[in-house]
Write a protein that binds this ligand. Structure first.
Ligand SMILES: C[S@@+](CC[C@H](N)C(=O)[O-])C[C@H]1O[C@@H](n2cnc3c(N)ncnc32)[C@H](O)[C@@H]1O
Length: 270
């Protein structure tokens, strides 16, 4: 199924909603997460492409770290959200550009030029054409440049079941309501259980979650439940795919709990 078809999660709507809770703490955390994954790589003066920028939070983090940023997203509301963040923190800034666009449109990607860093976090598995999107994401990476991608881990039958849930969620108001009524209490109770096992104060979970890339727990739940199209992949397949295209793996952070994103940092060596 391609993204032009009907069943598609309105990511941008969720991101616009996220802007209501966005605080300086989220921004600091987004910067910290970028720094942690890029290691000692200095973004100052580097061209940074944010593919599927969503809220725009990581574009903002990269811009604050001194990068020359281009952000784009397929969803008009995600684009509006990224533009809103830009106008809040970098109004009239010529060095940060925000465009509508799809990673699946090769001519659009080629028109953007070369980048030192291409960043596609949690995006390519939502296009409906994962391997085409993975291919297009590396096109703008210059020789010696970095490609940072995060892709949902393939858990076999469990991922297939999640795909059914997500598709049903996106089928209309009934699917959305039913899946929310079933899964939000499960998410809440499993979170509570984890907190109790680790003897933490359950109330902190909602505040602590922003330590994960500056995100918000409730918005991430909605993104997870509805995020369709959904095409997870095993890490080995991603690594081989990019090796064959002349990239070396610099850093891999597997998802800690089976579901969620594996994070990869590659460098173009050929
Ligand atoms: C889960 S969000 C991730 C947003 C952001 N990268 C982050 O790390 O928070 C996925 C984003 O990918 C965007 N997206 C989906 N298909 C796309 C495509 N073909 N081209 C560009 N962006 C796309 C969605 O609109 C959404 O904003």
């Amino acid at each position: 199924m391609t993204e032009t078809e009907q069943e598609r999660f309105p990511f941008g709507e969720n991101w616009l909603n996220f802007l209501n809770v966005l605080s300086d703490e989220h921004i600091v955390e987004a910067e910290r997460s970028l720094r942690a994954f890029l290691g000692d790589y200095d973004l100052k003066g580097k061209r940074f492409l944010d593919i599927g920028s969503g809220s725009g939070l990581h574009s903002l983090a990269a811009r604050k770290m001194g990068a020359d940023v281009v952000s784009f997203d397929y969803d008009p509301q995600s684009v509006a959200c990224t533009k809103e963040l830009k106008s809040r923190y970098f109004p009239n800034d010529e060095i940060w550009k925000v465009n509508p666009g799809s990673i699946l449109e090769r001519s659009f990607i080629e028109s953007l030029g070369e980048f030192d860093v291409a960043y596609a976090w949690g995006v390519l598995h939502h296009t409906g054409v994962l391997w085409q999107a993975l291919y297009n994401a590396q096109i703008p990476v210059r020789q010696g440049g970095l490609l940072f991608v995060a892709i949902y881990n393939d858990q076999g039958i469990i991922s297939s079941l999640w795909k059914i849930v997500k598709r049903f969620y996106c089928s209309g108001w009934f699917g959305r309501m039913l899946m929310s009524m079933i899964f939000y209490p499960i998410f809440f109770l499993s979170g509570l259980l984890i907190d109790l096992i680790h003897l933490q104060n359950p109330a902190t979970r909602y505040r602590e979650h922003k330590k994960y890339r500056g995100m918000s727990l409730l918005h991430d739940w909605r993104d997870w439940l509805g995020g369709y199209p959904f095409e997870p992949a095993e890490p080995g397949r991603i690594i081989n795919f990019y090796k064959n295209l002349g990239f070396e793996l610099v850093h891999l952070q597997p998802t800690g709990h089976g579901f969620g994103n594996n994070q990869f940092l590659f460098r173009r060596v050929k």
